[in-house]
Write a protein that binds this ligand. Sequence first.
Ligand code: BT5
Length: 324
Amino acid sequence: NIAVTHKLAKRLIESQSQAISGQQLADEFGISRTAIWKHIKELEEKGYTIESIKKKGYRIVAIPDTLEPLGIQTGLTTKRIGQKIEYVESCPSTQIIAHQLAQEGAPDGTVVLTETQTAGRGRLARKWDSAAQKGVWMSIILRPDVVPQKAPQFTLVTAVAVVRAIEEVTRLQPKIKWPNDILLNGKKCTGILTELQSDADGIQALIIGIGLNVNQEKKDFDPEVQEIATSLKLESGETVSRQKLVQSLLYYMEIYTQLYIEEGFGMLKILWESYSTTIGQPVRARMTNQTLEGIAEGITDDGVLQLRTADGKLHGIYSADIEM
Ligand code: BT5
């Protein structure tokens, strides 16, 4: 019975260094001590390290760094985001699963997580390389009560949340490249993809996809992106806990999306600008129908990039690929 195994793990994780006796666990769960022992074996097979101390009982020493709900939700401090987690070991794309769940009525804050994607996608149907067990491949379903025009800013709000989470869990200092890239030393460690389900009544659901490279070595990346991509491990030299990272990311997503919905973009814009590499720089903005060169002067309260070309004209750019 997997549910009991999960409950047992949760109980042991929460009691931390304090061992709990087999008898006490048996009483609490209303099963035999032998049954408890079998669940303990089950956890060990899943990669948990459990110490069994004579006369004292069981104590969890280490948990495997998977993205399973159990590991993510134990110690999660959010109220909305991540209360419901859909986890699959492998899938074509978490965006596809999230879209389907949203259509079936999944609640605000539902999170989809996977260890690897076989058809991870970026903007404009580009490919997203998603090495197994090495990154965070995640989609978040939000149901904010805002007009569709306010949807693109969720990409910027998410970018700030990603930066804060990386800062909290590592000693790295990530930068944001408008609109949806997070960079470390000029290389991309995270991409964000915000998609929308809407109808005549407005936004039905936002599907925010986040692809975060965590523990890849250079060889783990597809050859096409090896020179432009990086991971937290490559930049920090240390293996990073994906569980901690997701917990931190969901926390910042909750507070910043809330702030945005309730107060607008003002405060977040200041934060966003403080992390931006784009603002104040000469850039080339490639759009589907044209390319513009100029100085990126700032973003508006709607998240639109303000680009001043050599002729002095100010252009509002809604979506583009930026080269610097
Ligand atoms: C993005 O698109 O950056 C958005 C990526 C969103 C991925 C997440 S993962 C969870 C969820 N499920 C999905 O299927 N997608 C979302 P864009 O700005 O279009 O950038 C795509 C480009 O980034 C590609 O053309 C490559 O050049 C590069 N790229 C691909 N994989 C990468 C990786 N792992 N790390 C860094 N760069 C990568």
